[in-house]
Design a protein around this ligand. Sequence first.
Ligand code: CS2
Length: 488
Amino acid sequence: MRLSLSQLPALKADQRPAYQPESHGVGILHIGLGAFHRAHQAAFTDTALGAAGGDWRIASVSLRSVQTVEGLAPQDGLYTLIERGAEGDQARVIAAIAQAIAATQDPEAVLRLMARPEIRVVTLTVTEKAYGIDRTAMDIDADHPAVSADLKAPEAPSGVLGLLVEGLRRRRASGHPPPAILCCDNLPENGVLLCAGVVGFARRIDPDLADWIARTVAFPSSMVDRITPAATDETRARALALTGFDDAAAIETEPFTQWVIEDNFPLGRPAWEEGGAIFVKDVAPFERMKLRMLNGAHSLIAYAGFIAGYRYVRDAMTDPQLAALVDRHIRAAARTVGALPGIDLDSYRQDLITRFANPSIAHETYQIAMDGTQKLPQRILAPAQNALAEGQDIAPYAFATAAWMRYATGRDDQGATYELRDPRAEELAQAVKEAGRDPVALYARFAALPHLFPDALGRNPAFREEVISRLALMLKDGMAAAIAKEAT
Ligand code: CS2
């Protein structure tokens, strides 16, 4: 049996939504209908709807793929969220998504929705690389393919900045106040960054609109967290076993979930605190904690683990030496974070170790290894620079950086090649072509790539030496040997 609204009463009480989906209107437009959105913001919204009601269901847009939309549409937007933890699997059907839209099939839908006054919040999970923002200049990256295409045809946009700007232009023309725009991607000060990108894009085509956006649109920052691997056929089989319903859009995730949000929503928002969201004035320290401790360690596991032959994060965590390096990395990252109100960084560290080792979560190292050039700066390089400035140990960052460089050569320890899956893959390949397997040359070329390494870090002799010696060992004796040496 297929999931559908009329079938909801057939679910067990603790598996169905605690509200009547049809009695709640849409209030949120979401861009980026991936697994993470369905495991995180949509689940928080579902809980908020059940506890506090409101017209806060979601119109959710997939920018490129049509697969999720095709899965959700015949089942009225419903899907099964499976939480997999030490106590076993828990399933619940989420009804927060009222409408699923494929932007490639109906590009106007996003713009029409953004003009509508009932859309009071726009949320985004599009990955780091999709924005097209130059983080150093805090402006658009005019060379980003979507940005340059949309600047040529701003009234028919397909990229993130283009869609937001044209949507806001129409909203302004309709005379309604604008929605708050909430970035939920793993980027530092993500609200400030997105604001800079949107205003920068608008400035190129309509300076008056740019001023209006800068003056009236709220861009709250937020820190999001929930480890959510890509769904597989097993996910679907599990959903069927747990609920009795076949679900083409089922997803699985860990029990842990966290959302820290800057409370800046001029037209209101769902009662996300009902799902455990925390509202604060300044999200930046929470973002730093999560990006450096969780995501930084994740990237270390991804690069070192993948080259050492571990397919999943949980497998890498069974290697005592690699696990020790992960722990060392998280401790070092914590030292660059500083005190946080209400958070004990040491228990956060211990929880991370447990979460990474969760035997029920099959999170591929290759998935996390993707888009390294977009992730390294905030996860590894920024804390490395802080550590250097503070006279702290830089070895953990040097090892993680060397592991990324090793991975970026595109060949594992058995000599097998793999696709880099990075928007700057061509530049990386060119660097490798020129440098070969010479660690000094590799470092020189990678560290000199524009907008990647902060200048002061890339040129720092101590950091350079520490990375090169580790990269040399990884290339000569293999990743397993490099891990063993580092852990002793
Ligand atoms: C991961 C994140 O793929 C990655 O880069 O580090 O997706 C991570 O799983 C989430 O940020 C956890 O909240």
